[in-house]
Design a protein around this ligand. Structure first.
Ligand code: SAM
Length: 281
């Protein structure tokens, strides 16, 4: 790169006045599905970067923060997670983490078959994991799937995009009510819940209904350097298993971020967020 030449780059505006950019070493895929614009680029610092409708979904360098924290808190707390449903998650990172546990079956319900096609081509773990006899791929709207499935789940993980387009429905009360009806005894739901700094209206709105629906409804946090604001929220929901005082099962070896201490720390929330949730005056 010469100092005077502007390199080709992709930008995500996280607010109208702020954002992140990635210089493009190579465009691996650029196209449009029925649902969204899909781009996969190669960046010198972050490796492969997947963007949907211009929003960063996952990068090679920091995906482990998000995927480990979406999956392992719930799976480590459940006394015997056998049936696990992932809604969204077409990049396969959540499925990869689920299959580290001795589950009986893991459903991956992704609305966009094109995302699966592209990720299967470029992410070796997705090729490997979809061939695992425990994995079942369902290409469908998660909301429709849960309305029609006869299966019941120990853990449901909502690895959705932010509440725009087809994933809007996955952030609503009716969706959580339906999911709750599909949980087996001791069932747990963990869902990605947006940026700590930028999505406070959503957090307030969601917490208001979730705390009336589940005995245990808690937000937890982890850093994701390339996501808006750098700090990401998840919700943990269960009627039976508290997020902190339960006995944890063995944590799979080889993880990069999650461990028992991180688990405890992740549920500690800063004061401004407690205020957002109405838990501090
Ligand atoms: N880690 C990501 C984030 O927060 O940016 C989420 C990644 S994952 C790629 C999100 C996936 O959810 C996308 O592939 C999208 O196609 C899928 N999705 C969106 N709405 C959906 C729906 N209603 N049912 C199932 N999958 C959906």
């Amino acid at each position: 790169m010469t100092p005077n030449r502007t390199p080709k780059e992709v930008r995500e505006y996280q607010t109208p006045a702020h954002g992140v950019f990635f210089t493009v070493e190579r465009t691996l895929f650029k196209g449009r599905s029925r649902y969204q614009k899909i781009e996969l680029i190669q960046n010198a610092s972050f490796g492969r970067v997947l963007l949907l409708d211009g929003l960063v979904q996952t990068t090679d360098k920091d995906e482990f923060f998000y995927h480990e924290m979406l999956v392992h808190p719930a799976l480590a707390l459940h006394p015997a997670p056998r049936n696990v449903l992932i809604i969204g998650g077409g990049d396969g990172g959540a499925l990869r983490e689920v299959l580290r546990h001795p589950v009986r079956k893991a459903w991956l319900c992704e609305i966009d078959g094109r995302v699966i096609e592209v990720c299967r081509r470029y992410y070796p773990w997705l090729r490997r994991d979809l061939a695992d006899p425990r994995a079942e791929l369902v290409v469908a709207d998660g909301n429709d799937f849960i309305a029609s499935t006869g299966d019941r789940f120990d853990v449901v993980l909502v690895d959705s995009s932010d509440p725009v387009g087809p994933s809007t429905v996955l952030h609503e009360k009716a969706f959580y009510a339906r999911l709750k009806g599909l949980l087996k005894p001791n069932g747990i739901i963990a869902a990605q819940a947006g940026a700590l700094l930028y999505h406070q209206d959503q957090h307030r709105r969601k917490y208001r209904f979730l705390k009336t629906m589940f005995r245990q409804a808690a937000f937890y946090l982890c850093p994701v350097p390339t996501y808006p604001g750098g700090m990401w929220c998840f919700v943990y929901l269960s009627d039976a298993v508290p997020p902190l005082k339960s006995k944890r099962r063995a944590i799979p070896s080889g993880l990069k971020y999650y461990n028992a201490e991180i688990h405890e720390a992740a549920f500690a929330l800063p004061n401004f967020f407690l205020k957002t949730l109405g838990r501090l005056r």
